[in-house]
Design a protein around this ligand. Structure first.
Ligand code: ZN
Ligand code: ZN
Ligand code: FE
Length: 744
């Protein structure tokens, strides 16, 4: 990987042992030639592995013995360049401790310079336009280095040797604070911005991968104002906190969570809130977790050093559009949202949101894989031809396979608006260009209406449409370097089935080549199709209509016009049939009166999980497995009937939710047992967006492990639709090898 300080590290190591020779980049990695006393060569090799720079990654070392030659010393040689040079661009990296120290040191020439960086930290992926990763091909090209920076850049012993974005106040980018009208304000931009934030104003901050909207997270009115202006009613905001001491004041932090927060990737980590911590309620209403991150750029560090403790930091955009990254665009699109703009003149070439993670069952798991992780490859077990996968629709990513590398893009967003589509096209083209791969196949979802499918249809490359949940299964296996076959439990929102129904509660047995649909949740009617996704009360009516002989009268039906919806159900007009597990959560949440309408994906399901208070009950509702035409159905109607009966008997919603979770865990365990006895398989793969339900996920993993299963789960890529492009791509390779069977 370029730009992570590997060559200078090797240089220092070799010189330290008095070894002679060279290091140079080659088409497939680096070539090191060293000569010296054998015991020192051994030491050198050992430390090559143990002391390597934190951002470097060694896939393999091949060594051979050569005859001695006359050599002067150790040199960093020129790169062996040529067609097909395989180099990886590193992700954007959080401010390192050395740079942080210099930033706050009045004697340092970069004291309070917001663009300080070195080989171990700073912008990378977001500023690179093309390979090789050299300054002229980055958005730093408009800033020629001053003699002092130039000297550092060329000194192999300097921390800034070949640090492409190297800059200082003399030669590098600079900061400016603008008011809402776009007038540049005089004075210290950082100090003024801090003053604005402390007054409760909304400041648009230009960061690494785009603009953030920042506001004081302790100021209820300010946070509410941000919600109103951004058109974001209830979806939780992430908070950036000054340091770990502050994080500990508001949240429970485990060792694994601490490691994630302070890592070079510096993602948002969803932490458990401490009870009674005085954060504005509007930050994350009705959620026991809070998205937290630490300052990761020098600018953030200066803002917090200037006297802020907690800032809501949310991607600057309107509703679900992609993040804003360009200065003019920001002034235009954030008009009426931001009270001030803290921006700089280093262009962002590629926008990239913050990554979102959660630490569950002993591992850090991606929910949104973006800044800090992209474009680091996911290492596949096998090599093969180049394949490009277009992803799904929600939380879209694209994946390019090249050799053993799966190069997954950053989070692109929901492909429902023109801005997102443009961003998608740019990223898909950029990945191929950056990594110099020409795909032999483009893979897309089976859903004909997805914008990504329509984009794929326009490519002049052979195409393959892949079933959504098969892609989920394949993604889970691929990131775990598992061949399968495995028992795949895919619990999801929506995915286009092969039989005209909407799938989403599936037990698939198979691998990347193909899978058998062993079982699924009972089909339920969704009146109005997609309208039922944003209005779970419609789904609730459908589930009740199908499950109950007489439609019960429940509080959620009051003040809603249910007659037209019932008419659709009676006449079977405009009805989608679904086995979705996400919709089952929505329907039960609405039946319980928790959420009839939602303002963001998963809102009703989250409310239902929150109601359980972190506990899965010991009692369960009735459920049953039913076998028909060689396939199992997990009956949903008895569960719905029991939920209604419980409500009518006045059972507390928390009890109902705990029982509901217990029921699902039991059903899934039973069907997995059946699949296991039918096939002899003991490996279970869990995928799909419903596994973001931490309660369901952790309970199921634990109970399956206790029952002797090997459980394979997502960690490197999201279990939600952000992960399916990986699965699609891997399936695409099977297709090119002639072993693709699809889903039966
Ligand atoms: Zn640094
Ligand atoms: Zn300089
Ligand atoms: Fe999905």
């Amino acid at each position: 990987m370029q730009g992570v300080g590997f060559r200078p590290f090797v240089y220092r190591l070799a010189v330290g042992y008095g070894l002679k020779g060279f290091i140079r980049n080659t088409a497939s990695g680096v070539l090191i030639e060293v000569q010296g006393i054998p015991s020192l060569l051994e030491e050198f090799t050992r430390r090559l592995l143990s002391d390597r720079p934190p951002l470097s990654h060694i896939e393999a070392i091949e060594a051979s013995t050569l005859a001695c030659v006359v050599e002067e010393g150790f040199v960093i040689g020129d790169s062996i360049s040529g067609v097909g040079v395989e180099t990886l661009i590193p992700p954007d990296i959080a401010l390192c401790s050395d740079c942080r120290r210099e930033l706050l040191d009045p004697a340092d020439r970069r004291f309070r310079y917001p663009f300080i960086n070195c080989t171990n930290c700073g912008p990378r992926y977001t500023i690179v336009e093309r390979l090789p990763y050299d300054r002229p091909f980055t958005s730093m090209r408009s800033f020629p280095m001053c003699p002092e920076c130039e000297r550092e850049y060329h000194d192999p012993l300097d921390r800034r040797f070949h640090a492409q974005p190297n800059a200082c106040p003399v030669c590098g980018p600079s900061l400016a604070l603008l008011d809402a009208a776009g007038t540049i304000l005089q004075g210290d931009a950082v100090a003024e911005a801090v003053a604005f934030l402390r007054q409760g104003l909304i400041v648009a901050l230009k960061g690494l991968g785009g603009f953030h909207l920042a506001v004081d997270a302790g100021n209820e009115d300010a946070v509410r104002r941000l919600r109103e202006r951004k058109g974001r009613e209830a979806k939780p905001f992430a908070v950036m906190m000054r340091d770990m001491e502050l994080v500990g004041r508001y949240c429970e932090v485990s060792e694994g969570e601490l490691a994630a927060l302070t890592s070079a990737q510096a993602p948002i980590v969803l932490l458990k809130k401490k009870k009674g911590a005085a954060l504005a309620f509007a930050v994350a209403p009705g959620n026991d977790r809070l998205g937290v991150m630490l300052p990761y750029t020098p600018l953030h560090t200066l803002l917090f050093d200037g006297g802020t403790d907690l800032l809501v930091m949310t991607s600057a955009n309107f509703s679900e559009e992609p993040i804003v990254h360009d200065n003019e665009e920001a002034m235009l699109r954030l008009k009426g949202i931001a009270d001030a703009f803290l921006m700089h003149n280093r262009p962002i070439y590629l926008k990239c949101d913050d990554s979102v993670t959660v630490h569950l069952s002993g591992e850090l798991r991606q929910i949104r894989r973006s800044r800090g992780y992209v474009p680091a490859p996911i290492y596949l077990k096998e090599t093969g031809p180049a394949v490009l996968a277009a992803g799904g629709e929600l939380k879209n990513t694209v994946t390019l396979l090249k050799g053993t590398h799966a190069l997954m893009s950053q989070h692109i967003g929901d492909m429902k608006n023109y801005e997102a589509y443009r961003h998608f096209e740019h990223v898909a083209a950029h990945l191929q260009h950056l990594f110099q791969a020409v795909p032999e196949l483009v893979v897309h979802d089976l859903h004909p209406a997805y914008l990504t499918t329509q984009w794929a249809m326009k490519q002049s490359v052979p195409l393959l449409g892949v079933q959504h949940h098969h892609a989920h299964l394949a993604a889970c296996l691929a990131e775990n370097r598992e061949d399968g076959p495995a028992i795949g439990l895919i619990l999801d929102g929506t995915g286009y089935g092969t039989d005209g129904t909407i799938w989403g509660g599936e037990l698939l047995i198979g691998d990347a080549s193909g899978a058998e649909r062993f079982a699924s949740l009972e089909l339920m009617p969704l009146p109005g199709g997609d309208a039922a996704v944003v209005q779970p009360w419609r789904a609730a009516l459908g589930y009740l209509y199908r499950s109950c002989a007489d439609l019960p009268e429940l509080p959620f039906m009051k003040e809603r016009r249910i007659e037209p919806v019932l008419e659709l159900l009676q006449k079977r007009v405009n009805i989608a049939e679904t086995s979705s597990c996400g919709r089952l959560f929505d329907a039960v949440a609405a039946i319980c009166g928790l959420r009839g309408e939602i303002t963001y994906e998963g809102e009703a399901a989250i409310a239902l999980m929150q109601a359980a208070g972190g506990r899965v009950g010991s009692q369960a509702f009735r459920s049953a497995l039913h076998r028909e035409n060689g396939r199992w159905t997990i009956l949903v109607s008895p569960i719905v009937q029991d939920v209604v009966a419980a409500l009518q008997q006045g059972m507390a919603i928390s009890d109902i939710s705990q029982r509901f979770h217990r029921t699902l865990v039991n059903c899934f365990r039973q069907i997995i047992d059946k699949a296991s006895s039918a096939t002899g398989l003991k490996t279970v793969a869990l995928s799909g967006g419903v596994f973001q339900n931490t309660l369901l996920f952790e309970t199921l993993v634990l109970e399956l492990q206790n029952a002797g299963y090997r459980v394979v789960t997502h960690a490197l890529v999201p279990s939600n639709d952000g992960g399916i492009s990986l699965g699609q791509a891997v399936i695409g390779r099977k297709y090119l090898k002639g072993s693709y069977r699809g889903v039966r």
